[in-house]
Design a protein around this ligand. Sequence first.
Ligand code: SAM
Length: 212
Amino acid sequence: MRLRNIPGSREVIADHPSCILEENPQKGNWADIFGNSNPIHIEVGMGKGRFIMSLARLNPDINYIGIEKYSSVLVRALEKLDEDPIDNIRFIRMDAEKINEMFAQDEISRIYLNFSDPWPKDRHAKRRLTSETFLKRYDNILKKEGHIEFKTDNQDLFDFSLEQVAPAGWNLAASTRDLHHDKVLNQGNVMTEYEEKFSSQGNPIFKMIINR
Ligand code: SAM
C-alpha cells in the first residue's frame, strides 16, 4: 500500500507519544515502555492499523505493536488512535529489515503478517516478509513457544511462503486455502482492511500458522 505523500506526516509521527522511530531502537526496553511485562504481539506491515487496533481493544492483557514502513500510512492509524485512545498499543515506523535492531531475543510472543506485499519478481524474493531471510530474523526475536500467523489472498505468495517454512527451520502448524469457510481457523478471526476488500470481491483468503 503506497498512499500519496501526506504533508506533515513525518512530523506528526516524530512527535506522537505512541510512536517509535526506526532511528530510535528500543531493543530490550519494551516492558518498560508498556509499564508491564504482558506478552507482546506485533504485526509487521500493519497498513492503517485496523486489525491490530481491534485486537488491542479485545485483549487488554496483551501489548501490541504495529510496524509500518510509510509515514503516510502510519499517520492514519495515529489519527484513529487519537480519536479513541488505547493503552496497550504502540507503533513503529520502520523497514522490517531492521527488526532485529528493534527487539531483543525472545521479546516477542506472536507475529502477525497480513496481506504482505507480494514482490512478484524473483530478484525481490528476499524482500517478501515470509521469505527464509525474514523467517530467520523473526526466529531471533520470537519466544520459542511463539508462532507466526500469515494471511493473504495471493496464491503465489502463499505457495512461496509454504516452501520457505522447512528450510528456515520452522514447522507448519495449520493452514487453509479458504479461511472464511474453515470452521476451526476462522474462529475469532479479525479481518484486516485488505481482507475485507479482497473477500468482498469473492477472493478466498489463505492462512498459515507456523512455529518451531
Ligand atoms: N496488513 C494490512 C492489511 O492487511 O490490511 C496492510 C496490508 S498492505 C498490502 C502491506 C503494508 O505493509 C503496507 O502498508 C506496506 O507499507 C507495509 N510494508 C511492506 N513492506 C514493509 C516492510 N519491509 N516493513 C514495514 N512495513 C512494510
